[in-house]
Design a protein around this ligand. Structure first.
Ligand code: CP
Length: 299
């Protein structure tokens, strides 16, 4: 692995190695040493979990972090290009972690620098480190990644976490339900890729009847910030609200995941149930990001 830009860059050998390494780091059996390394964290778009869990991961490995959050106070305000900005970070840091509002920005940055680049979310495109922590969470809760029945619920059009996740799971023979309003359906280019891979998926508008079949329900926020027309957001913003009363008869191993942040799509009355796994999922992000940083820095 030179960079981590898209889940399509990782095969099942890479995925399994990262999951195993995250487990070894979580259990304390492996302690990579990044004390001589500096991570450049460039968050041009807002973030809580991704930015702070990368920061925590690097510091727990002994490394240092330099950060840009937004562009305020940087020379981007004076007109410096993205290419020049990252060529400068290249002089200071050993690895770049970047979140950017433009699709393809992380790939573009990887072509400007000679240090590893990690995509921490590029527009509505990909969020591969989220998918890796999702896979780690699924492995921990299900004991396997293979042959699972998974509903992806909510904003499948703009939700970059679900775009990455379907590719991440493609090697493990999942059965997918894609549950969304028509206006927020999984993009055609992804469905075409899944058809090419011979994947088993069903497109639905409702969760009715399928909840007892599921191993994983992966819920996503309707991404208000990506709507050009606020009226279109108003039409779909309450399309799915998961409540405890909807979860009768679920399988014993059933878990609800969500990349977070949530708005109202999972009612807080679900939080106390044993199937609510989203806060542990966020914690798993630190172990997975420790595994990703140490692997890319060859430690
Ligand atoms: N899941 C996720 O990417 O959260 P943040 O936007 O808070 O980083």
């Amino acid at each position: 692995m030179q960079h981590l830009i898209s889940m399509r860059d990782l095969d099942s050998v890479h995925i399994n190695a990262l999951i195993e390494r995250a487990g070894l780091i979580e259990s304390g059996r492996e302690k990579p040493d990044l004390s001589s390394k500096v991570m450049g964290a460039l968050f041009f778009e807002p973030s809580t979990r991704t930015q702070l869990s990368f920061d925590t991961a690097m510091k727990r490995l002994g490394g240092k972090v330099i950060t840009i959050s937004g562009t305020k106070g940087t020379s981007v305000e004076k007109g410096e290009t993205l290419a020049d900005t990252v060529k400068i970070i290249n002089q200071y840091a050993d690895i770049i972690v970047v979140r950017h509002y433009n699709e393809g920005a992380a790939r573009y940055i990887s072509e400007q620098v000679d240090i590893p680049v990690v995509n921490a979310g590029d527009g509505a495109n990909q969020h591969p480190t989220q998918s890796m922590l999702d896979l780690y969470s699924i492995q921990k809760t299900q004991g396997t990644l293979h042959n699972l029945t998974i509903a992806l619920v909510g904003d499948l059009k703009y939700g970059r976490t679900v775009h990455s996740l379907v590719y991440a799971l493609s090697a493990y023979n999942p059965t997918f339900y894609f549950v969304s309003p028509e206006a927020l359906a999984m993009p055609d280019y992804i469905l075409e890729d899944l058809d090419g891979l011979g994947m088993n998926y069903t497109v639905r508008r409702s969760l009715d009847d399928i909840v007892p079949e599921l191993d994983i329900m992966y819920v996503t926020r309707i991404q208000q910030e990506r709507f050009a027309d606020p009226e279109e957001y108003e039409k779909v913003k309450n399309a799915y609200i998961i409540r405890a009363a909807m979860l009768g008869g679920v399988k014993e191993n059933f878990k609800i995941l969500h990349p977070l942040p949530r708005v109202n799509e999972i009612d807080t009355d679900v939080d106390g149930l044993s199937c609510a796994y989203y806060f542990q999922q966020a914690k798993n992000g630190v172990f997975m990001r420790q595994a990703i940083l140490s692997t890319l820095l060859q430690q």
